[in-house]
Design a protein around this ligand. Structure first.
Ligand code: NBX
Length: 833
């Protein structure tokens, strides 16, 4: 008999089950718990319950997109630094009332429950977090788009302190399961490595066949991304590497268990761990494998969906799909898309090149020359022999075309220019070795190339890729970064959000941050300032609680909370910050108790991870902790100055620190920080900025009012000359004094700090590359200006309000709208609610 199909229709998931019951059900049937819950249980029950609402919304969105078949943007990124999901999901879906109430009924507080979640830390820093903010905006703006990346088993290492030194611990984040992902057992692709390439005759056509010597399977996991205030829920598809066959059964049967396990380990190794380096490429074969692994799976996935709808009409591909390369990490996509269309689909070179370059776009995130990825031809030829061939052919065509294009140059000049622009070139440090310059491959293979802040995009055009810019000026664009105002203001600072909403009479600013400008009218209003100050005070109390928990110290909550949080790097100059703190300490020591009472008290916080192999960065961390150990114990000054290093800086910690900050430091050497994005998060939360004329600081100052920002230091245009002259630079006597203090052991560990002192003083080896000494005096002066301003609380509060009011531009919604219009050419497609 016919089955009654209607009976099999699943009801609207949990829609009819009240949330408290549903949470209890999840705990009972997924975890076998019956009452007597812990907070961790409450988190599990809540998130597995919320997950179902998320999946409903995800399914509706994707049914709609399947029907509409709009053009999609695929954001290819080796990193997505998502942080926690519970609060974000509940708030973005508008379920906060329901779940807060449900948890109350069960005897829990949403905030405490949310704290039980582990961060998804599949990224290093700015680049990875930017990708996460972009996904939030893509979904919120109803743009058909997905992220594609790697489901690392171990994310960014956890940082602990041992006697003040950084130690790295593995981030085992998946042990308790992950309610925010869906394994797609029907979405798997083979990815090959190594082997050989042959030409074969097929009829009257010659075809190329690549036979890899090693194969693994990419298994898809979907991570639904809820938009805010919209029915759209988008997707982040992450790939896990698994062996082709569960076991080599013949080996297993023969009792050769080691060999049976080997393939599994080799495969799983590919997606096992995130490389913890945020500025220098690893150069390891496994890293190249990771890059190819996720790019290959992602492109196959997109092409298979395309073919299901459009068959072999590949000329249509650029109208249906475009890919954004998040820095050079996914650049092998240029060769892989070529390979798939040439060898698998059988199209011809010219057609494939046109399609490929129309589909791809590249974002550069750094100006550091050492950060630009280059892979030895040897390594690539061995691991990806067909791709190496394709890159060689691309480069032949490119250099030949260049030759024609540059034919009015003198012959030697022309040869030089072509060599300088060749995708494959000699290693300048080892003439024997040839390298593939991934950035050049990305520039040549893309339609658009962009930097991430106005000054950075100019450096991209005028310096890093100037030769290319001269030839293709219209390829180069600027897309100033932004951050999501949901996570970074509304959800992490609900107290400030509700004050803003109450004052503006609408919460529309959460979708339209330009509306924050309405706060300018209240900046000098004493009653409003008092409310604004009360919010800051409450957030400072939370941070003080955290400091107490980590360091056991009570801090003066009336002190100025002064924060620098970001990866530890010489160019970001945490060292300069420490020097000014030491200077402040010494001044306090010289004062009489009466004079001290008039000084502005400060609680300084520094946080950030050092790449495991970055020796100098680790010494900087130790300097922070060593200086803190001395200062924080000094009975004469500890009321007025503290310095704490907060370990394991991550997204969640940032959500606590940023709302509490009154002053934040963005003090990179001018021209080195591509953009910075925490500066935007601080600005949104009414935190004043002390910073150099660098990255997005410049645009933030323009929007906030330049007089409201503490700007110091030399300008980017001066750097080259100043580096040349640094040997003859007359250092400030205060600088010399501080160097003697550190060298003399004022903070102990003098041998360990010696290389730090040398790094900014030993001019014989061309040191102080980041020009700390040059900016030192103007930095101290800017710090005095900070103190003076803080003494006038009304002026300080006025500025603080002006920061939030001026932050409208820095929503990632604005950034994504610009990408969508100028680069991707995708338009919104919203499912019906
Ligand atoms: O990208 C960062 C820049 O330093 C920031 O100025 C910028 O705001 C941010 C977003 O555009 N770059 C960055 O975070 N790079 C990396 O994380 C990175 C990671 C791995 C790697 C090289 C760089 N191999």
């Amino acid at each position: 008999a016919e089955l009654d199909k209607t009976a099999a229709v699943v009801p609207e998931s949990t829609a009819l089950v009240p949330a408290p019951v549903d949470i209890a059900n999840k705990l009972r049937y997924l975890f076998g718990r019956n009452g007597d819950y812990t907070v961790a249980d409450a988190y599990q029950g809540t998130s597995w319950s919320v997950r179902e609402k998320l999946i409903d919304s995800f399914n509706k969105t994707h049914e709609h997109w399947k029907k509409e078949d709009p053009k999609f943007i695929y954001y290819l990124s080796a990193e997505f630094l998502m942080g926690r999901s519970l609060i974000n999901t509940v708030y973005n879906l508008g379920l906060e009332g329901e779940y807060a109430e449900a948890l109350n009924q069960l005897g829990y507080e949403m905030e405490k429950v949310a704290d039980a979640e582990r961060d998804a830390a599949l990224g290093n820093g700015g680049l990875g977090r930017l990708a996460a903010c972009f996904l939030d905006s893509i979904a919120t703006l109803d743009l058909p788009g997905w992220g594609y990346g790697i489901r690392y088993k171990y994310g960014m290492f956890k940082q602990a302190l041992k006697n003040g030194y950084q130690v790295e611990l593995p981030d085992i984040w998946l042990t308790k399961g992950n309610p925010w992902e869906l394994r797609r057992d029907d979405v798997k692709f083979e990815v090959g490595f190594g082997g050989r390439v042959e030409r074969r005759k097929q009829g009257n056509k010659e075809v190329t066949v690549w036979t890899p010597s090693e194969k693994v399977v990419a298994q898809a996991y979907d991570n639904p991304i809820p938009g805010f205030n919209t029915p759209t829920t988008s997707n982040l598809r992450l790939w896990d590497a698994v062996p082709l066959t569960e076991f080599d059964l013949s080996a297993f049967n023969a009792g050769d268990y080691d060999r049976a396990m080997l393939e599994r380990e080799r495969a799983e190794g590919i997606s096992a761990v995130l490389y913890p380096n945020d500025s220098t490429p690893e150069g390891k074969e496994l890293r190249l494998k990771q890059q190819y692994f996720f790019v290959c799976a992602s492109l196959q996935d997109v092409l298979s969906r395309f073919k299901a709808v459009h068959g072999n009409n590949f000329d249509l591909l650029p109208e249906k799909a475009c890919f954004q390369l998040n820095d050079t990490h996914p650049t092998i996509a240029v060769a892989e898309l070529m390979r798939l269309l040439l060898d698998v689909e059988g199209l011809d070179w010219d057609q494939v090149w046109t399609i490929t370059t129309k589909c791809l776009n590249y974002t550069n995130h750094t100006v550091m020359p050492e950060a630009l990825e280059k892979w030895p031809v040897k390594v690539m030829a061995k691991m990806l022999p067909r791709h190496m061939e394709i890159i060689e052919v691309i480069n032949e065509g490119w250099t030949k075309w260049l030759g024609g294009h540059l034919n009015d140059l003198a012959p030697e000049e022309r040869t030089k220019r072509i060599a300088a622009m060749s995708i494959i070139h000699e290693n300048p440090w080892n003439k024997e070795e040839m390298l593939v310059n991934m950035a050049y491959l990305a520039v040549v293979g893309s339609s658009a190339v962009n930097g991430v802040a106005a000054i950075h995009s100019n450096i991209v055009k005028d310096e890093i890729f100037n030769d290319f810019y001269q030839i293709f000026p219209s390829k180069f664009q600027n897309k100033t970064n932004g951050v999501t105002p949901r996570r970074w203001l509304a959800w992490c600072n609900p107290e400030l959000a509700s004050l803003i909403t109450g004052t503006l009479g609408t919460s529309e600013w959460i979708n339209d941050t330009e509306k924050l400008a309405g706060l300018r009218a209240y900046a000098s209003d004493k009653a409003f300032q008092a409310k604004w100050a009360a919010v800051k005070k409450a957030k400072k109390a939370k941070l003080a609680e955290l400091i107490k928990k980590v360091h056991g110290d009570e801090v003066n909550q009336n002190a100025l909370f002064d924060i620098q949080i970001k990866r530890i790097h010489e160019y970001k100059r945490q060292y300069l910050n420490v020097l000014s703190i030491i200077w402040r300490y010494k001044q306090l020591k010289k004062m009489s108790p009466e004079e001290r009472k008039k000084a502005v008290a400060r609680v300084c916080v520094i946080g950030g991870k050092a790449a495991s192999a970055y020796d100098m960065a680790k010494r900087i961390i130790r300097l922070v902790t060593a200086v803190g150990d001395v200062i924080n114990k000094d009975p004469e000054t500890k009321e007025y100055l503290r310095l704490y290093f907060l370990p394991d800086y991550n997204v969640s910690l940032a959500e606590t620190i940023i709302p509490a900050a009154e002053l934040s430091q963005h003090i990179s050497t001018a021209g080195t920080e591509a953009s910075g994005t925490s500066n935007m998060k601080f600005q949104m939360n009414g935190c004043l900025i002390i910073g150099t004329w660098d990255g997005a600081n410049i645009e933030i100052a323009e929007e906030t009012g330049i007089d409201n920002v503490f700007v110091f230091g030399v300008r980017a245009e001066e750097i080259t000359q100043l580096r040349k002259e640094r040997k003859n630079f007359k250092t400030d006597p205060r600088w010399d004094e501080l160097m003697r203090d550190i060298e003399g052991g004022m903070f102990g560990d003098k041998d360990y700090f010696k290389p730090l002192v040398d790094s900014v003083n030993n001019m014989k080896v061309g040191n102080d590359w980041f020009l700390l000494a040059n900016d030192f005096a103007s930095y101290l002066k800017a710090q005095e200006d900070v103190d003076a301003c803080y003494k006038d609380q009304s002026e300080w509060l006025r500025r603080s309000i002006m920061y939030t009011a001026g932050s409208g531009k820095f929503s990632s919604d604005r950034t994504i709208r610009e990408y969508a219009e100028d680069i991707w050419h995708v338009t919104p497609s919203r499912p019906t609610a």
